[in-house]
Ligand binder design. Structure first.
Ligand SMILES: [Zn+2]
Length: 275
């Protein structure tokens, strides 16, 4: 199956954000499954252009920047199924539970319940029958490249379970497709946490979507809770406490001192201004 990632570059003009949406395509039947299709008209353009038939939407969580396209898509695409783990998801037709498996011809999906960023957050592990390609996981706002999501409706204990047990135990070559492009900012924080970690250095080799789990374990501080440097940075040794402090520090780190105006942001995106 071909995974098409859309955004953030393609979608910058219309939504001024850094969200990724994805299409998983079964090449033979041309059936496609979308993940967090927040810009429905853009998605439908691609579906049409490629001669695909869109059969399902997988929604990681109810936040507007992930789920806002669902209702429009349900109206436009007869019979479309919308899967998710939270009743707050717009257009939801099928509520899924942990470890539930879905099948779209040769594309298999296992729903992984990962509450914390939101209480109904799901990640989706995807693999194809008779295919030697590495599997994929769509991690929404739970795991980012070099970072992890905010704990808006959950605890450090839950995120620890999500990162180490649920996602961390998937095959190490699993490709990670996350919900936002935050990599550069995340790597800056990773370097602050572990200045000695060469893998976190923000240079020309910076990772991008998709990374793999094995790569994430090399530079993502949120997956490196037992590393000496991360423990030293947080002043804790218990991994859950390390994670709790790490996320608090990241919250502070993220807050910009002055938020640029939307027009300045647009100019920045288009390269008209220097940051
Ligand atoms: Zn979110």
């Amino acid at each position: 199956g071909l995974i098409v990632q859309i955004g953030p570059i393609e979608s910058v003009i219309s939504i001024l954000e850094d969200n990724y949406m994805y299409l998983v395509i079964e090449e033979q039947s041309k059936q496609a499954v979308a993940v967090d299709p927040a810009v429905p008209h853009r998605l439908l353009e691609i579906v049409k252009r490629e001669g695909l038939s869109l059969t399902a939407v997988l929604t990681t969580h109810h936040h507007w920047d992930h789920a806002r396209g669902n209702e429009a898509l349900v109206k436009e695409v007869p019979g479309l199924r919308v899967y998710g783990g939270d009743d707050r998801i717009g257009g939801l037709t099928d509520k899924v539970t942990n470890a539930q498996e879905l099948k779209f011809n040769s594309i298999n999906v296992r729903c992984l319940f990962t509450p914390c960023h939101t209480s109904g957050h799901m990640c989706y592990f995807v693999w194809e029958d008779e295919c030697t390609d590495a599997p994929a996981v769509f991690t929404g706002d739970t795991l980012f490249i070099a970072g992890c999501g905010r704990f808006l409706e959950g605890t450090a204990e839950q995120m620890y379970h999500n990162l180490t047990q649920v996602l961390g135990s998937l095959p190490q070559d699993t490709k990670v497709f996350c919900g936002h492009e935050y990599t550069i900012k995340n790597l800056k924080f990773a370097m602050l946490v572990e200045p000695e970690n060469e893998k976190a250095r923000d240079d020309d080799d910076k990772p991008t979507v998709p990374s793999t789990l094995i790569e994430e374990f090399e530079y993502n501080p949120f997956l490196r809770l037992s590393e000496e440097g991360v423990q030293k940075f947080t002043g804790k040794t218990d991994p859950i406490e390390v994670l709790r402090v790490l996320r608090k520090e990241k919250d502070k780190f993220k807050k910009p001192k002055e938020r640029p105006s939307p027009h300045a942001m647009l100019a920045l995106e288009w390269g008209l201004l220097r940051p």
